[in-house]
Design a protein around this ligand. Structure first.
Ligand SMILES: [Cu+2]
Length: 207
């Protein structure tokens, strides 16, 4: 009887999963958007390759920050009528997609962990980032600064990255066995996200 009860309880609680909520804020305590949270397990998990998409829309990259696991294929569809020429010179992935409209023939494989800075040869102000992690447990914070991840119970290193961070963030060691919430802070220098320039005469004047 006791045995039956134990099995039931274990079944209900899903013994080996932990839901982790990470609240990311800046040095002033404000929720921080576009921050990448990665949970790296001490015993790496085997995961299938994933895919992602970085669109070009209204002369900006959407999303501004993406997070993928190494081995992911990323598509770069162009939703604009104008041509874009997407490139990266980052060591983690050097590539270029020459002048194109619509969807390039093949996605790009991101097989090396690191930060990939994206640009467009035609539009200097277009900028975006792809964080390529070693773990499948990674996500980008929304406007509320929150990231939610479901992970198997175990030992993890929490990593945090933001394109405007003032310095590298020291990873945090965590033991995850049940649902938890963590609050982490990252000092950044606020900037304006890349935007389509205003049209018309005088758009570039001023500060
Ligand atoms: Cu462009």
């Amino acid at each position: 009887m006791q045995h039956m009860l134990l099995v039931l309880v274990m079944g209900l609680s899903g013994i080996c999963q932990a839901a982790v909520t990470v609240q990311v804020q800046d040095q002033t305590g404000q929720p921080l958007e576009d921050a990448v949270v990665e949970l790296v397990a001490s015993t790496p998990a085997v995961q299938p390759a994933t895919s992602a998409e970085v669109r070009q829309q209204d002369l900006t990259f959407v999303p501004f920050v993406s997070a993928v696991m190494q081995g992911a294929q990323v598509d770069f569809p162009n939703m604009d009528k104008t041509r874009h020429h997407v490139y990266s010179f980052s060591p983690a992935k050097e590539f270029e997609l020459k002048l194109y409209v619509g969807k390039p023939e093949a996605p790009i494989l991101f097989d090396k962990a690191g930060i990939v800075a994206l640009g467009c040869n035609i539009h200097d102000y277009m900028q975006a980032y792809i964080y390529v992690g070693t773990s499948p447990y990674l996500a980008v914070s929304g406007a509320d600064g929150k990231v939610r991840l479901q992970v198997p119970a175990g030992e993890y290193q929490l990593r945090l990255w933001h394109p405007w961070q003032n310095a590298d963030w020291q990873p945090l060691s965590l033991t995850l066995a049940e649902d938890q919430t963590h609050q982490v802070s990252l000092a950044i220098t606020h900037q304006q996200k890349p935007q389509k320039p205003k049209k018309g005469f005088g758009a570039y004047t001023g500060s």
